[in-house]
Design a protein around this ligand. Structure first.
Ligand code: SF4
Length: 343
């Protein structure tokens, strides 16, 4: 029994849980390959131009799994994780979108998770995941779900301790829980405000974390914060949560704007993303009040790497100059990077 999981959208949040769950119940997980130019172009070719980049990438990953010969592919409809707090319409309607644009032959497994509706919680979601494999025993599903939570919780502990996303995922999947301390000294710290699929998909983000690290910048994201810190972050900006992924943007920005170790904020949003455009507007206004510099990067399939690096470098240079002027860092210190080092 095999299930294909596209490496896109909710993959960056729930994959450790799904891996633990499916493995425990006896279903082998086949992941699509990492995002490449082909993933992007094949996905973009099937949807209207205005569709956001992460959805185009998701479509490309479904095509990749079909190419690999995977017959059953998971395309979840994640409506809401908390009652009355909804995901964006593209995430909620993902199975409908895939059904309409991908014409190849495959079986779509399309479970719904909707905490705003009775009987559409986690167990019903998991039941819908495994019933196409002839598994209906609720006890077995509940036990496998415990295994899923174990992998997920280990992953969260390692990620929050500052371990890189890739290492935390690798360890969690092997059933390991280790704490790795990054002893490198970074003169500058920034908060990277975005969703997992914009930060950890190396093609979409153009390895932004590596690039910043090479410039001497320590990067903090929403993924190092607890749910409570994120919720406090939202309310500290005088906002109420409306979108499910609002905590990753507004909550993260709200938290780090008040954090003295953070020198500036970098937001990454996908061109065509309605919810993010509203959140960014508010974050930009509030960052001025907190006197924290902010760089907003918009990504789509045409974003060029050289331009992306130039904007990052200009922003980081400005942060260095600001700190030197305040006498906080050595006057002689300067980033030694060169655009060509990153390409
Ligand atoms: S929140 Fe924005 S980027 Fe994410 S799927 Fe929805 S429209 Fe796309």
């Amino acid at each position: 029994m095999k299930i294909g999981i596209p490496r896109g959208l909710s993959y960056y949040n729930i994959y450790p849980f799904l891996y633990g769950f499916f493995s425990a119940i006896g279903i082998e997980v086949i992941l699509s390959d990492k995002t490449t130019k082909k993933t992007l172009t094949s996905g973009s070719a099937l949807v209207v131009t205005e569709t956001c980049l992460p959805v185009k990438i998701f479509v490309g990953h479904v095509l990749n799994l079909i190419e690999k010969g995977v017959e059953k592919i998971l395309v979840p409809s994640l409506q809401s994780f908390i009652p009355k707090i909804y995901n964006c319409s593209k995430i909620r309607g993902l199975p409908d979108l895939i059904r309409n644009v991908v014409k190849q032959d495959f079986q779509m497994i399309e479970p719904t998770l909707d905490k705003s509706e009775n009987g559409k919680g986690l167990y019903s979601f998991l039941q819908e995941c495994v019933s196409p494999f002839g598994i209906f025993d609720m006890e077995r599903i509940k036990n496998a779900s415990k295994a899923g939570w174990k992998v997920y919780n280990n992953f969260q502990v390692m990620l929050k301790s500052g371990m890189s996303y890739d290492n935390a995922l690798k360890n969690a999947i092997k059933g390991k829980l280790t704490i790795e301390k990054d002893e490198t000294e970074y003169p500058i710290s920034v908060a990277l405000v975005s969703h997992g699929y914009n930060i950890y998909d190396e093609r979409a983000s153009m390895k932004v974390i590596d690039k910043l690290n090479k410039m001497g910048v320590k990067v903090y994201t929403a993924y190092q914060l607890t749910d409570e810190q994120l919720e406090e972050g939202v309310s500290s900006l005088g906002q109420q949560i409306y979108w499910a992924n609002e905590t990753e943007m507004t909550g993260c920005a709200g938290h780090y704007l008040r954090d003295n170790k953070i020198d500036g904020l970098i937001t990454i949003t996908a061109f065509g993303c309605g919810p993010d455009s509203l959140m960014i507007e508010r974050i930009t206004r509030r960052s001025k009040q907190f006197k924290k510099p902010l760089l907003n990067l918009t990504i789509d399939e045409h974003t060029g790497e050289a331009g992306f690096i130039t904007r990052l470098e200009a922003f980081v240079d400005m942060l260095y100059r600001k700190k030197r002027k305040q006498g906080i860092i050595d006057k002689g210190y300067a980033p030694t990077s060169n655009v060509m080092d990153f390409i």
